[in-house]
Design a protein around this ligand. Sequence first.
Ligand code: SAH
Ligand code: SF4
Length: 347
Amino acid sequence: MEIISSYNLKELRGKFESLGLEAYRANQVLNWVYKRFKTDFRLMTDLSKSHRDMLAKNFKVHTLRLLGRSEASDSVKYLFQTEDGHIVETVLIFERDHLTLCLSSQVGCAVGCRFCATAKDGLVRNLHTYEIVDQYLQVQKELSQKIRNVVFMGMGEPLANYENVRKAIEIMVSSWGIDLSKRRVSLSTSGLIAQLRRMAEDELLREINLAVSINAPSQYLREFLMPLSKTNSLHELLNVLVEFPYPEDRRIMLEYVLIEGVNDSPIHAKELSNLIKPYRRKFKVNLIPYNPDPSLPFQRPPMERVYAFQEVLRKANISTFIRLSKGVEVFGACGQLRSKRLQHMLK
Ligand code: SAH
Ligand code: SF4
């Protein structure tokens, strides 16, 4: 079986031609899948019966199996299973006037941040393009309102799965695909420098929103929290970001998870402020109060400390926001996905 969302339009047209179908049939099929979210070939009424049968025999769209959902007031967490038995989590977040979908890009993660639950089992495998797109399609199918915002902030390091994430984004932002605005797709990375350089050269990826998990104001502390900094230094990271070819009115989001007693003091805030002040027009800062995990020794600071941290940055005229991660009610949020524990809840 071939999977429709492994291909972009050009590739699918070629594929169809090689099977004796007219190339434009690919446009028709993608229209059903990505515009109407109908994925059963038998219902694609602008194709002949024999074409429909032929497609149904050779192609499919979905590969993820929905195992369950847990709902909270502000979010729904979906638990999917891949064909080879891995768990993938996706979170739908209800914002004031729109929906945001938080996607996973890998099963597990190799980066090994000390505070992150996804890091615990290391990397299991990259998700395929079609598995990334299927997270969107399966959730969208249940809804009447279109999901217009997508964030790569679920399980995994998206830039460590560059090709598959890139093609999934191509499908999401192309007019023949899901047709989301590039400005509504965000990618969060732990700061892989080589891949950020590649992204800066990449006409597609450099137009989406870039978020970078900075999490510490000094090389020393960042190395402790994010061991990848030993080879991807904070200094080099800042250089790449300052050089990133964004238009003047766009800003890179720096994400800073606030962990009590570790990186949340006013001195840390001052250090961060000194670090980014020279480039403050390039950046905005998102402070994320930590979501504790019972198996990790870190805590969320009291809100006064979060506000005090924000105040230091604001005094330096650095745009700084506090993001209370959504979905806290369903065991932590986007960016803190823990499949193991949810798995047994569903049995
Ligand atoms: N791997 C990418 C994207 C997924 S993590 C990255 O690290 O950026 C998305 C965000 O969630 C990151 O900013 C990460 O620092 C944050 N995060 C991880 N664990 C968290 C936790 N327990 N509480 C709050 N934020 C967390
Ligand atoms: Fe991976 Fe991001 Fe978790 Fe770090 S914070 S381990 S990069 S998912």
